[in-house]
Write a protein that binds this ligand. Structure first.
Ligand code: ZN
Length: 171
């Protein structure tokens, strides 16, 4: 169960991969931040855990592929056809949350990846990243956050440099 650092960096990377930097720099940066935020949005289901007092709400419908598709359709409707590429980037950022949780779950319950067709919980279960951070001392949580940064910041940095044309040869 990665923490917000990993999810945010992956979400921003997907937006950077999909969106060309043509256009205004400020809009591009805003899209990257929106991607980072949306990549963490599925964990807002923690609010349902607090409201209803059951951990069963976590990693439920907000972590399903169908829900990710619904989020993408909403983004597409909200942004319109002219900004469809932004909607694709942000939709991928949202979907990345479930896929990253799925890929990095070894212990505990998995995700309702195929909700509403199945309530079964899935996890790849071969590599755990930042699992059960709420039970860890703060120093270990910081270690996990640092590890997530080391793992997921380089692809984002590389994409930003590519989009800025740093590797382009002068003509
Ligand atoms: Zn999650």
């Amino acid at each position: 169960m990665p923490m917000p650092v990993a999810h945010g960096l992956v979400g921003a990377s997907l937006v950077a991969a999909v969106l060309p930097r043509a256009g205004r720099e400020r809009e591009w940066r805003r899209a990257l931040l929106a991607g980072a935020a949306l990549a963490n949005a599925a964990d807002l289901d923690f609010s349902l855990v607090f409201v209803f007092g059951s951990r069963g709400w976590h990693r439920g419908f907000t972590h399903s592929l169908v829900f990710a598709l619904a989020v993408f359709v909403c983004l597409l409707l909200a942004l319109g056809r002219r900004r469809a590429r932004v909607a694709v980037g942000l939709g991928l950022a949202y979907a990345s949350h479930a896929l990253l949780d799925f890929a990095t779950t070894r212990q505990g319950g998995g995700l309702e990846l195929f909700w509403p067709f199945s309530f079964e919980r899935f996890g790849l279960r071969w590599w755990g990243l930042s699992e059960i951070p709420s039970r860890l001392p703060p120093a270990e949580i910081l270690n996990f956050l640092f590890l997530e940064f080391v793992l997921f910041a380089p692809p984002l940095l590389l994409l930003i440099l590519l989009r800025r044309g740093v590797f382009r040869r002068p003509v």
